[in-house]
Design a binder for this molecule. Structure first.
Ligand SMILES: [Zn+2]
Ligand SMILES: [Zn+2]
Length: 178
């Protein structure tokens, strides 16, 4: 079966991208995968935003095929296309101040100091997102090939406040054309 965009019939499914509930009647993305435990397929459900950010290629397939009307199809498509073009972008899983000085930045290889802003990374394999380390916020351009990542950080770190976002924006530096 093909990947799908459909209205959630109930509010029971959880999003694989953020762990949150998908509300009843909200449009959701379903990624079809081979079922490792039985014949046939299983479906992993995502919020549309989480799918565009974290599973861009299958999301674009479903978007091209769907007959549902999405309110912000253009924005979602453009974010998903950026995630295909810059293949590390879908690894973004949030931002936080480092609680310790133990992690090493996967971009510059320097330690991430306690209280430095860092971005959490996940690696997708066999239908799962596995935690896969951190990069300094200030290393974003070097690591992701773009610093235009604020919508992703907000999506996966919804507790960030305005003053946090300002600090993060400063570390990201000016947006440059890609
Ligand atoms: Zn989600
Ligand atoms: Zn770094």
């Amino acid at each position: 079966m093909a990947h799908v965009i459909e209205k959630a019939p109930t509010g029971r499914a959880k999003c694989r991208g953020c762990g949150g509930k998908i509300a009843a009647l909200e449009l959701r993305f379903g990624e079809r995968l081979p079922n490792p435990f039985a014949d046939g397929e299983m479906t992993h459900w995502f919020h549309l935003d989480c799918a565009a950010f974290k599973r861009p290629a299958p999301f674009l397939e479903a978007l091209a095929a769907t007959s549902e009307r999405l309110l912000d199809a253009e924005r979602l498509e453009s974010e998903a296309r950026r995630g295909v073009a810059h293949r590390r972008l879908p690894r973004i899983a949030g931002a936080e101040r480092s609680p310790s000085g133990r992690a090493q930045c996967r971009s510059c290889r320097e330690p991430i100091a306690k209280d430095d802003w860092r971005i959490a990374l996940v690696f997708y394999e066999d239908g799962r997102f596995a935690p896969s380390g951190y990069v300094h916020v200030r290393c974003s351009r070097a690591y992701f090939e773009t610093a235009d990542i604020l919508p992703r950080l907000q999506r996966f770190a919804p507790d960030l406040r305005d003053e946090h976002l300002k600090e993060i924006e400063q570390e990201l530096g000016p947006s440059a054309p890609e």
